[in-house]
Design a binder for this molecule. Structure first.
Ligand code: V47
Length: 397
């Protein structure tokens, strides 16, 4: 008998492991996916999430910038990429990138999130300049989180340098963290079928390991809901867990729900809310060494992201402001949310809304009942504050 109300008795052995804090196996992951006891899986994930993150649900004020959609990889799942000269292709200047970053910072962003295409003509130095100009445009407390491992590999090719050196150069230019994109699904079968030119899984993992060793924190993702099997999803999670055991620098895992519109896989149906919640909950249960599980509201939708906070999720990402990759693939979510929207969504669930920076340092904690700031982090430019307890007296603002 466990503390969970399971409608699927075959999950009892897994429930016993969850209660004991024992690592789940690949077979357990596959069994969880095979079960339709979403509420049972959700209870277990919520139990684990409380052990790891208590009542907190994190969000952030951030700004996404996609400097170009011109990309020499044309992955079948991507509606964002264009070839040079094709209708809809765009490339930003360094000035435009810097202006967007400065605007983000003056709007209160603690993170500038930059993901781009693999531009066939941009030089190695131009990519470094994107980071330099962004760094110079924002105050020190703003984290520059830029370039997926796929872009790092591209820079290594054009710069004729090992990826470790590319990361060191980017760090010297002002890079703080890497986003988690480009991992897709690690299975070679899916890569060969839908993104054959893209970074191989070993290389993606090696680059993240190198970043961790250089003190660059990273996130990790999994693109799901296309041609992959559930076994391939679980294998993906296990490989991320192994990498985390080895180098320990993943902060958050973000399952990315596939959006088919305007892609070469447009005949696929996309994910369901049931699958989204189950995938987020199973991630919490399998990834016992990754501190945060994020529901990216842009991709799973506002309603699922909010519900997900009761299914193992402790982070719903941020204000975002301008999102192109998912919206070009048919996302119907807004392109931006206000801080009040995010705090309100979290407060309704009874969790404590915590504004954070990219490194999960607390910027401000909100009282769950009053939704007022429980502590005022001060003006933009002040360093992030850590260890602020909820329930302290509001100081205004
Ligand atoms: O790398 C591309 C994926 C990623 C589609 O690290 C698609 O905090 C769904 O990585 N449907 C970019 N997904 C987004 C990303 C991300 C987002 C939010 C937070 C973080 C973080 C990272 O989006 C790409 C690719 O894996 N993607 N096309 C599509 N049609």
């Amino acid at each position: 008998m466990t503390a969970f109300q399971l409608s699927d008795p075959s999950l009892e052995p897994i429930a016993a492991k969850v209660l004991a804090g024992t690592r789940l196996t690949r077979a357990d992951g596959i069994a969880l996916y095979a079960s339709s006891d979403l509420l049972g899986i959700g209870q277990m994930a919520d139990f684990t999430r409380r052990r790891v993150n208590g009542d907190r649900v994190y969000f952030m004020v951030n700004r996404h910038i996609n400097p170009t959609n011109i990309c020499r990889n044309r992955c079948k799942f991507c509606a964002f990429a264009r070839s040079k000269g094709e209708e809809g292709a765009y490339e930003m200047t360094l000035d435009t990138v810097a202006e967007a970053a400065a605007q983000g910072a003056s709007d209160g962003a603690y993170e500038i999130h930059i993901v781009s295409g693999l531009h066939p003509e941009w030089s190695y130095d131009f990519y470094l300049d994107i980071v330099r100009r962004t760094r110079d445009a924002v105050p020190d407390h703003v984290i520059v989180q830029a370039f997926t491992a796929v872009e790092i590999e591209h820079m290594a090719i054009i710069g004729e340098k090992p990826t470790r050196e590319v990361l060191a150069d980017l760090k010297a230019a002002g890079l703080d963290a890497l986003p988690g994109g480009g991992a897709e699904i690690f299975s070679d079968r899916t890569r060969m079928a839908a993104w054959d030119k893209k970074t191989k899984s070993d290389v993606w993992l090696r680059i993240h390991g190198e970043a961790h060793e250089l003190g660059i924190a990273t996130n990790c993702t999994m693109l799901y809901g296309h041609i992959e099997t559930t076994e391939e999803r679980v294998d993906h999670l296990v490989r991320l867990r192994e990498q985390q055991d080895a180098t320990g620098g993943f902060l958050a895992f973000i399952p990315l729900a596939f959006h088919p519109a305007n892609t070469e896989l447009a005949d696929l149906p996309g994910t369901t809310g049931f699958d989204d919640l189950k995938t987020l909950a199973i991630a919490r249960l399998m990834l016992d060494n990754i501190p945060h599980i994020k529901a990216f509201w842009i991709m799973v939708g506002l309603k699922v992201a909010q519900l997900a906070t009761c299914f193992g999720v402790d982070d719903i990402d941020g204000t975002v402001v301008e999102e192109k990759i998912t919206h070009m693939a048919g996302a119907t979510t807004p392109e931006a949310l206000s801080k009040d929207d995010l705090v309100g969504m979290i407060a309704e669930t009874g969790h404590v809304a915590v504004e954070r920076d990219t490194l999960y340092r607390v910027v401000r904690t909100y009282d769950a009942e009053s939704q007022l700031p429980a502590w005022n982090a001060g003006p933009i430019g002040a360093p992030p504050q850590t260890g602020v307890a909820s329930g302290t007296v509001a100081t205004g603002g």
